[in-house]
Design a protein around this ligand. Structure first.
Ligand code: FAD
Length: 497
């Protein structure tokens, strides 16, 4: 059965996908966006679209029996996680043997669940990671474009210094300073103007109401409000939520896709067969890599290169938890949006000061350290489960943990403080067995050409985090957005003119 032909199909609706959809729509190309998650527009019975972190319900996670929050609880109480009905919730944790990968599910992809930190990488490191990309063009043109499109803003210093909700960050800055470490502010796509109004009680609380991870009901300029809304407004772009692409085959002039549509409860609705001339994969590092790997290994796209599945990394992600003195509390009010990072240039670590919005004083300081771990994992295709399997071991994470430990040992020594063992599921003060920043699997210039055109095929493109070889040194979405802008500009000019 043939359910129709569209000139362009975009798989997924995260950063790479959203950029591609908008620019295709603006260029007059009729485009269909297929997203496996929901369109998060309809309020639940409580009048809210998303649930908060302290009261997770079925909206929180993608078809799980129990929530799998990164922070397990404090004082060995399982405060955060609880049983939930299986549902097309907004956050997924895809579990491989030594690595759990958090990803967003829904129209907007990771932008729905993430912390909004919008950080441009250090230029020298960017040039090292993606040597074939013209860095001057990126830093002069595409990073600024991405920042504008994503509405990146910075917290006003007086607000940061005066708000009870950032006491936890100011405390960590003081403790780091005693050990000789400096800090830097991190820009964000969460509106700090909105946050100030939350604090004054003028608008409903979101960042100041423990919302992040399972979505923000207010304040955050996610892709569904920006790029994707603009794409639909061109009149050329349609978004089909709860549509998961399971198979990609080549046709004489383009591609044929098998798509499974489900209800939000998971019941099958239809299996569809669609064709297109140009196919853009924006299903994320895990999703796009899996589609390509499956196609190569099952013989649907046998000419894909051996590089598909290679070059994966968790952006050196390590979480860490420290304990503070009774006289130096972190505050029971905590903004869910991180804005400050400790810098350790000698060890190449930035440690983002993360909230523990438990609603009570926990004396815990939590950090997301981004390190430059050079180790890389790879995916293989498992025919029995029809899934891509990530090969990444705990040993490969060790350089990341060692770098983070060096920094936090110094901070503990300078302050006579200790680590916390009750925060992560592994009962260790460091957790490198999960990540928020999956990168790679279809690396630019290897599995694709220097503009994301997949090697071995025509009119087939990777647009997302799969292009980045495992590490950026900072949070990745500004880079993914800017790279997608750069690539689609070239593709529109040369392939669709
Ligand atoms: P994604 O945004 O992952 O989008 C891929 C989309 O494709 C998803 O919506 C998915 O459901 C869909 N999809 C997958 N497979 C299929 C399929 N077969 N068919 C149809 N659809 C499919 N980054 C930052 O820069 N700053 C931060 O503060 C930050 N915080 C984060 C916090 C959390 C909790 C998480 C999970 C991530 C965070 N990140 C952050 C990372 C950032 O969100 C990701 O790097 C980014 O979203 C990746 O963009 P992408 O375009 O590669 O794909």
């Amino acid at each position: 059965a043939d359910d129709g032909h569209v000139p362009a199909i975009v798989v997924g609706s995260g950063y790479g996908a959203a950029v591609s959809a908008l620019r295709l729509g603006e260029a007059g190309v009729r485009t269909l966006v297929l997203e496996m998650g929901q369109a998060w527009t309809t309020p639940g019975p409580d009048g809210r679209v998303h649930c908060d972190m302290l009261n997770p319900d079925r909206r929180s996670m993608w078809f799980k029996d129990r929530t799998e929050a990164p922070v397990n609880g404090v004082l060995f109480l399982d405060l955060a996680n609880r049983p939930i009905p299986r549902y097309a919730g907004v956050l997924d944790r895809v579990n491989f043997p030594d690595m759990g990968v958090y990803v967003g599910r829904g129209v907007g992809g990771g932008s729905l669940v993430n912390g909004g930190m919008a950080v441009v990488p250090d230029r020298a490191y960017f040039e090292q990671v993606l040597p074939n990309v013209d860095a001057a063009e990126m830093y002069e043109r595409y990073f600024p474009l991405a920042q504008r499109m994503l509405r990146v803003n910075s917290i006003p210093a007086p607000y940061f210094e005066g708000s009870d909700y950032y006491q936890y960050a100011r405390l960590s800055r003081t403790l780091a300073g005693r050990a000789g470490y400096g800090t830097r502010f991190l820009p964000n796509v969460y509106s700090f103007d909105y946050m100030a109004r939350e604090e004054r009680g003028e608008v409903p609380k979101s960042a100041l109401g423990t919302e992040v991870l399972y979505g923000n009901n207010h304040g955050k300029f996610s892709l569904d409000k920006g790029y994707l809304a603009q794409a639909v407004a061109t009149g050329n772009v349609t978004i089909a939520p709860l549509h998961r692409v399971t198979r990609v085959q080549a046709t004489a002039s383009g591609y044929a896709l098998t798509v499974r549509q489900i209800t939000a409860e998971g019941a099958p609705v239809a299996e569809k067969h669609l064709t297109c001339d140009h196919l853009f994969l924006g299903a994320g590092s895990l999703g796009s890599t899996e589609l390509l790997l499956r196609a190569r290994e099952t013989g649907d796209l046998p000419d894909l290169s051996d590089e598909v599945g290679e070059g994966w990394g968790p952006n050196g992600n390590v979480m860490a938890a420290r304990n503070n003195h009774l006289l130096e509390p972190t505050g029971f009010k905590q903004s869910a949006i991180p804005v400050l990072a400790i810098e350790d240039p000698a060890r190449d670590v930035i440690a983002e000061i993360a909230p523990v919005p438990a609603g009570i004083e926990t004396y815990v300081s939590l950090y997301l350290a981004i390190t430059k771990n050079p180790n890389r994992g790879r995916f293989t295709y498992d025919a029995a489960t029809d899934r891509a399997v990530l090969h990444w071991t705990a040993a490969q994470a060790e350089p990341a943990v060692a770098a983070a430990r060096g920094l936090f040992d110094d901070i503990n020594d300078a302050n006579n403080t200790t680590y916390r063992y009750d925060v992560f599921a592994n009962r260790q003060p460091f957790a490198a067995d999960f990540c928020y920043h999956p990168l790679g699997g279809a690396v630019l210039g290897r599995a694709t050409d220097d503009h994301g055109r997949v090697r071995g095929y025509r009119r087939l493109y990777v647009t997302d985090g799969a292009l980045v070889p495992g590490s950026l040194g900072v949070n990745p979405f500004v880079t993914i957005t800017a790279l997608a802008e750069r690539n689609i500009a070239r593709v529109l000019a040369e392939d669709l003119a």
